[in-house]
Design a protein around this ligand. Structure first.
Ligand code: GLN
Length: 457
């Protein structure tokens, strides 16, 4: 813990953390020491992890990247955090993120931008950018993130690490500050699929405090890592029998040539490992952008109504009456992107527009989920790029929110369908920026995805 605290201090310019509290960390580390001394080590005893500041924690302030929650301290730990600490993990601090997880570049944080350690003039991706940087820069061995529309996979891809977004309902959302409840899902970041498997084993599981948590037995996600993929797998072809679907729509206009080449080379490498490749189609890929950017803001506008200056966090100092207090508190407390989404969300939910926007988006959402089932009936997993380009320059897209939304094209549909997916590093651009390969599976296929990633790694 001391080693990583020193590294965090030395790398402060990356701005990966919102709160670090060495006393709290060292107190947790002491408990881990005692557990080891007593011969009672658990799965993650003493493993230093960084937690996205969207998970509430008792020992550390939780802000969700927002001014409205500055200094907020929760009386309890989120279930996912509680499970990781019960397995022995030590918290190194809370990581920077786009405010309320709204963003793809970590430029929307009240606590400042996060820098990509591969090139500090570039973004680390978002919204879990701080967590991805904590792992990529060696400030912790693993980290937690949340993925509503790509926020684990895309920053993992931009920083050259591994991240997995599990099936919706697998990781408890209790104590995870809600952005879009029907899409939000927590998951881990680490250097490898094998490490992600250990972290996910501790994090995931049924929780009666989350009404959308799936009642299913706990799983050991590492169980397939060293197993043969199929009965006809051989040493040189360990993935014999694996059928990979490559969606044609993931290789259309707008895809950067280097990302195309790196992901295609990775898929070719999978073929040499014994897999076969088929072309599949996800025809509504482009429509996933407007669908997501109606549904997510709609849910956000409802979820964020609880930040009213009465129950939590910031309250405006001067106001004339209750209405005025709400208005001033929320105007001062929320950043531009959050305000934009609350406005979009309340608009699409309002009388007269609900049918035209929200209901239409819900219909499209169902069709997008059906497209995936159709594609997955022809293959075991789907592979393709995570994002159309490698990490862009800080400031490059911040003036134009639509440009930022378009960069989510390959990640949003997975959340609309509730499927699991991951990003693994698969190469670099000519200027040395990491590129990720996305691997998508059917519901509850996490152990398989991790095995397929592990064999490649
Ligand atoms: N970039 C998407 C958004 O801004 C996804 C963010 C996320 O997954 N939390 O909403």
């Amino acid at each position: 813990a001391q080693h990583f605290l020193t590294r965090i201090e030395a790398q402060r310019d990356l701005n990966a953390f919102i709160s670090v509290d060495s006393e709290a960390t060292l107190a947790q580390a002491k408990i881990a020491d005692a557990t080891i001394a007593a011969g009672q080590s658990q799965l993650l005893t003493g493993i230093p992890l960084a937690h996205k500041d969207v998970f509430v924690t008792r020992d550390f302030v939780t802000t969700a990247g927002s001014k409205i929650l500055a200094q907020y301290k929760s009386p309890f730990d989120a279930t996912a955090i509680d499970r990781l600490s019960s397995a022995g993990a030590v918290c190194m601090g809370k990581t920077n993120m786009d405010e309320f997880a709204m963003g793809s570049s970590n430029e929307n944080s009240f606590y400042g931008k996060v820098k990509n350690p591969w090139d500090v003039t570039r973004v680390p991706g978002g919204s879990s950018g701080g967590s991805a940087v904590a792992v990529a820069a060696g400030l912790s061995l693993g980290a937690t993130g949340t993925d509503t529309g790509g926020s684990i996979r895309q920053p993992a891809s931009f920083t050259g690490i591994t991240g997995i977004k599990p099936t919706y309902g697998r990781v408890s959302r209790y104590g995870m500050i809600a952005y879009a409840s029907s899409l939000d899902q927590g998951g881990p970041f680490a250097r490898s699929a094998a490490d992600c498997a250990l972290l996910l084993t501790a994090m995931a599981g049924f929780d009666e405090k989350d009404s959308t948590s799936i009642e299913r037995a706990d799983e050991d996600y590492a169980r397939l890592l060293n197993q043969p993929f199929s009965s006809n797998a051989t040493e040189s072809q360990p993935l014999k029998g694996l059928k990979i679907g490559v969606p044609r729509e993931f290789y259309g206009a707008g895809l950067d040539e280097e990302v195309k080449a790196a992901t295609q080379a990775a898929i070719a490498q999978y073929e040499t490992l014994g897999a076969t490749v088929v072309e599949v189609s996800l025809p509504k890929t482009e429509l996933s952008i407007p669908t997501y950017y109606v549904i997510a803001p709609a849910e956000a506008s409802s979820n964020l109504s609880r930040f009213d200056g009465v129950r939590y966090g910031h309250r405006a100092r001067k106001y004339s009456d209750l209405e005025d207090m709400y208005r001033k508190t929320r105007t001062e407390g929320f950043g531009w992107e959050v305000q934009r989404r609350i406005l979009v969300g309340t608009y699409v939910l309002s009388h007269g527009y609900y049918d035209a926007y929200y209901l239409q988006a819900q219909r499209l959402r169902r069709m997008i989920a059906e497209d995936y089932q159709n594609a997955l009936s022809q293959c075991d997993v789907i592979m393709g790029p995570v994002a159309p380009t490698p990490a862009w320059r800080i400031g490059e897209k911040s003036a134009d929110p639509v440009q930022m939304y378009l960069a989510d094209i390959y990640t949003l549909s997975l959340n609309l369908a509730g499927l699991p997916g991951m990003s693994i590093p698969c190469g670099f651009s000519a200027c040395g920026l990491p590129i990720g390969l996305q691997i998508i599976g059917n519901y509850f296929d996490e152990a398989r995805l991790l095995q397929i990633a592990h064999i490649y790694q």
